[in-house]
Ligand binder design. Structure first.
Ligand code: DX5
Ligand code: ZN
Length: 223
């Protein structure tokens, strides 16, 4: 199970330190929540900040850009140029999804398709052979610290069946990543549903314990 810290709930006044704390705790897949204030009602950071983070953290951590922006099709290259290894675009914000995900892979990044809680998986299934990851939102995007939406279970189980069928037919494996409200109390259940990559924000970055201590509790829940 990949635990992907979402830096959205970290101390944004010292983002480099927060990311280093996560990397030093052994977390090498960093989930960067990019918000434009249009697609979602919040605004975070973009390529200039990402480029500084890549300089500060070195080449090894995976930078996973969760693009909650209206112009992902036209701007994903800027995030790759800034140092992102993976780009997830929202089905709801992209007009030409197949062209977009194939272009992301052609540009040398891995490609992901993101689905909001109310969005069916159909569009992801249509491009399943062209992508590396499906990001299932278990909160409505825009903020950290929200409550997990359990109705995404059936969507995840159906997606897992489709991916298993694709692999059985000799096709590419696809990660199922979940994002929003993931904590120690529900992460083992998510693994049983077929999730292999969990974004955790406030479950790792909070005032009650360090990232390392919060991670230890999550690892214990997965034993
Ligand atoms: C929400 C973001 C999530 C969020 C996760 O729009 O995409 O990554 O920061 O934070 P928690 O784990 O606190 O729900
Ligand atoms: Zn996210």
């Amino acid at each position: 199970m990949i635990i992907a810290p979402s830096v959205l709930t970290a101390d944004l006044a010292d983002l480099g330190k927060a990311c280093s704390e996560a990397v030093n705790a052994g977390l090498n897949w960093l989930h960067l929540d990019i918000m434009d204030g249009n697609f979602v009602p919040n605004l975070t950071f973009g390529p200039p900040v990402i480029a500084k983070l890549r300089k500060a953290l070195g080449p090894s951590p995976v930078f996973d850009a969760h693009l909650m922006i209206t112009n992902a099709e036209d701007s994903f290259q800027q995030y790759i140029d800034a140092g992102c290894n993976h780009i997830s675009v929202h089905v709801e914000a992209v007009t030409h999804l197949h062209r977009c995900v194939t272009a992301i892979r052609a540009a040398g990044a891995t490609a992901g398709v993101t689905l909001n809680p109310g969005t069916p998986i159909d569009a992801a299934l249509e491009v399943l052979s062209e992508i590396d990851l499906v990001l299932i939102m278990s909160v409505n995007p825009g903020f950290g610290g929200q409550s997990f939406i359990p109705t995404v279970e059936s969507k995840i189980r159906r997606l897992k069946q489709a991916i298993d069928a694709q692999v059985a037919a000799g096709g590419r494996p696809v990660q199922i990543q979940i994002d929003g409200g993931v904590k120690a109390h529900n992460i083992a259940m998510l693994r049983e549903w077929g999730v292999s990559n969990c974004v955790v924000g406030s479950g790792l970055f909070n005032d009650s314990a360090s990232v390392a201590d919060n991670l230890a509790v999550i690892h214990q829940a997965l034993e």
